[in-house]
Design a protein around this ligand. Structure first.
Ligand code: SIN
Length: 478
């Protein structure tokens, strides 16, 4: 695929259609329109539901091996177009190009994983109480799926949902984030180019998410909704899914603690905490939002951390050397500024940064003297701001880390094996990175507890989310 121009202003149901209305996709780098995207509404959503239902009747009867073969070719096509995908992500939402290249590979890795997983959707034969009966558990696709994906991982969050859904035999309707429809459209076009049947993967860009979402949530033929985004929107979708009792998987907000004990390797802890905090300019659900350092090493850690953060290169995300690019939009920047202002007003000290640098850029920031009453201790900042706090002992670290309604990712640095186990067992989080600041992988379960979500993506767990179990009781005659 050469470029995106032929897809401008289009949406994908059974083939690409020109939309009646379009909207400007604004790139964070220039603040200018970089493309026009289809502005879909209820009519397009209803048509997509019809198409998904119809396509499901044949897609679910294909063999897992046929679906795996298509996924394999989709994976190869994604890798062959990785540079175009990466450049598109950088234009749409400002991710530094080296990270965008990493994301293209990350997106492909989910397709690769579910190519294999498709052929391992095993059923079971189990013992029964009656000698003349046999018990079987068959695994079947859930049905047509509605997916809502975020702007912060425009490719990875699409394939993390679409690949297991397609592998299971479900059809898939995607509403990408308003900011990043282009990457989603590219992925869908690649699926078509490798022979993905019409209607199996549809894309409805829109600037009015509620207008597309409402008819799909009301439609009983849409059997599942999967969403990555804020807890607030997740709560609404949760309520809406109750009407038709849809299956759900939600990956919602986080407020990740990073706990560093005094027995940790300090240089490694600094390196991993920097990676965890500043990737994607702090705009991931698993970026740490609270760094707790044992009081005995707090000064040494902070000094090294500030030095390392100073070394991050802020600049044009198209530049190979850039580490931190712009934030996605003015609202994102305003939230980061508000959090820093609030912290400083309540007594925090700025050890580094704390300011904007031109439009939408916020300098890597380190704050000390942060206290639990500050806004950033309760809400996700979603920006390049690292608040450092201290703790005295393990029990206090656990209590502080768990004192939040969220439970997505958490991190611990320690060289004490017993402590590592205790922390993994006692942290109320879906993910615990022990001496690992970037644990996400296609083969691992990703998801949260408490108000951070329901369900898991990745690995065999991610496939289960798209499968139902049918119990077959087979009488042999007696
Ligand atoms: C996210 O921020 O939602 C995803 C992050 C990841 O996959 O590591």
């Amino acid at each position: 695929m050469a470029d995106l121009t032929p897809l401008e202003g289009k949406y994908l149901t059974g083939g690409w259609h020109a939309a009646d209305a379009t909207y400007d996709v604004i790139g964070p780098l220039s603040g200018d329109a970089i493309a026009r995207a289809a502005h879909c509404g209820p009519d397009e959503a209803k048509a997509a539901a019809d198409t998904a239902w119809e396509a499901f009747q044949s897609w679910r009867t294909t063999t897992a091996f046929e679906r795996a073969e298509l996924l394999r070719t989709w994976h190869d096509a994604i890798l062959a177009n990785a540079e175009l995908l990466a450049r598109t992500m950088t234009r749409e939402m400002g991710k530094p190009i080296k990270e965008a290249r990493g994301e293209a590979a990350y997106a492909a890795s989910f397709v690769r994983w579910y190519e294999g997983e498709a052929t391992r959707a095993y059923g079971e034969v189990f013992p029964t109480a009656a000698g003349h009966k046999r018990g079987l558990a068959l695994r079947k696709p859930v049905g047509p799926v509605y997916a809502v994906t975020p702007w912060n991982f425009p490719a990875g969050m699409v394939t993390r949902k679409a690949a297991p859904a397609l592998a299971a035999g479900c059809t898939f309707i995607l509403k990408p984030a308003e900011q990043t429809p282009l990457t989603a459209m590219l992925l869908a076009e690649l699926w078509r180019e490798v022979g993905g049947p019409e209607g199996t993967l549809q894309v409805l860009p829109t600037n009015d998410p509620a207008a597309v979402t409402a008819p799909l949530m009301e439609d009983p033929r849409i059997r599942k909704v999967t969403f990555t985004g804020s807890t607030e929107v997740g709560r609404m979708l949760y309520a809406q899914s109750a009407e038709t009792i849809k299956r759900i998987s939600f990956e919602l907000g986080g407020h990740a603690p990073f706990v560093i004990f005094d027995d940790a390797d300090l240089d490694q802890a600094v390196r991993e905490t920097i990676a965890c905090k500043f990737r994607n300019a702090g705009q991931t659900c698993v970026c740490t939002n609270r760094i707790y350092v044992h009081e005995a090493i707090a000064d040494a850690f902070t000094a090294k951390y500030v030095e390392a953060a100073k070394g991050l290169r802020v600049g044009d995300p198209n530049d190979d050397a850039t580490d931190v690019g712009p934030l996605v939009d003015a609202a994102g920047l305003a939230k980061v500024q508000d959090h820093v202002r609030d912290a400083v007003a309540h007594g925090a000290d700025v050890a580094l940064g704390g300011e904007t640098q031109g439009d939408l850029y916020f300098l890597p920031t380190v704050l000390t003297g942060v206290t639990p009453d500050m806004r950033m201790m309760q809400e996700e900042t979603f920006g390049p701001v690292a608040p450092i706090l201290t703790f005295a002992n393990e029990a206090e670290a656990i209590a502080l880390a768990n004192a939040t309604p969220y439970g997505l990712a958490s991190y611990v640095y320690t060289n004490d094996l017993g402590r590592a186990w205790r922390m993994a067992e006692n942290l109320e989080y879906g993910i615990v990175g022990i001496n690992d600041g970037v644990p996400s992988a296609a083969h691992a379960p990703f998801g949260g507890v408490k108000q951070s979500g329901i369900g898991r993506e990745g690995g065999p767990w991610g496939l289960d989310e798209y499968l139902e179990v049918t119990y077959v009781s087979m009488g042999l005659g007696h």
